[in-house]
Design a protein around this ligand. Structure first.
Ligand code: COA
Length: 195
């Protein structure tokens, strides 16, 4: 049987938040990501990218939190279980990285229990001690800071090439593949996956 999935990757809007929260809560309850409240998501909505399926369901999301002039963190990356493995996680990360490059942010990191996913996307292993701003801002308040099982990974803006979107470089890509160079966040991408 043919299974078709269509989605777009785009900036989040305030009107998305009520559809983002249930998916976020699922992963929070499973202890796969750190808690984010609805108020927090509204306040930071400009930081978020979502994947919206053609039935308007929000099936994935992630955010880019700016920590310093040259440092940002990819946070709260989650893909609906029915949509995992379709390339949506990669596309969301690429769009967040494009935003970081556009903002001239040189270092983008993630703390995760899924390091292999980020390694596939070009991140490299680092140590949390090399991210003192993160430690001062968040980690020291975490109850399991000294028993943290998350792995720190980082990617450098200089290793990412920004697409010239004047020619619509990211425009539309099929079969869940995005071009490897990244394109700015304001460009929306349509994706179709058929298996
Ligand atoms: C981890 C997660 C975000 C990946 O998203 P996804 O859309 O399923 O991943 P993609 O389909 O974009 O995968 C991109 C590549 O990473 C690989 N990959 C995906 N998840 C992986 C994992 N857990 N371990 C190793 N590789 C993984 C894929 O095989 C693919 O490789 P390919 O390009 O060689 O085919 C998703 O599984 C998820 O939401 N997990 C639960 C929440 C979570 O742990 N989030 C991370 C918190 S930072």
């Amino acid at each position: 049987m043919t299974n078709t999935k269509n989605w777009i990757i785009r900036r989040a809007r305030p009107a998305d938040v009520s559809r983002m929260i249930p998916l976020l809560n699922k992963f929070i309850q499973e202890n796969q990501i750190l808690p984010r409240t609805e108020e927090d998501v509204y306040r930071t909505v400009r930081e978020w990218v979502v994947a919206e399926a053609e039935n308007t369901q929000i099936v994935g999301m992630g955010s880019l939190a700016i920590m310093a002039h040259d440092l940002a963190e990819i946070r709260s990356l989650v893909i609906h279980p029915n949509f995992q493995g379709w390339g949506i996680g990669r596309q969301i990360v690429e769009m967040l990285l494009a935003e970081a490059v556009f903002l001239h942010i040189g270092r983008i990191f993630a703390l995760t229990r899924k390091p292999d996913f980020f390694l596939k996307l070009g991140f490299q292993l680092t140590r949390i001690e090399k991210l003192p701003r993160k430690v001062r801002r968040d980690c020291v308040f975490c109850p399991i800071f000294h028993a943290c099982d998350e792995v720190a990974l980082i990617i450098y803006g200089q290793d990412l090439a920004l697409v010239d979107t004047s020619a619509g470089a990211l425009g539309v890509s099929k079969n869940g593949k995005t071009p490897s160079p990244v394109a700015p966040l304001w460009v929306e991408a349509n994706h179709e996956k058929i298996s």
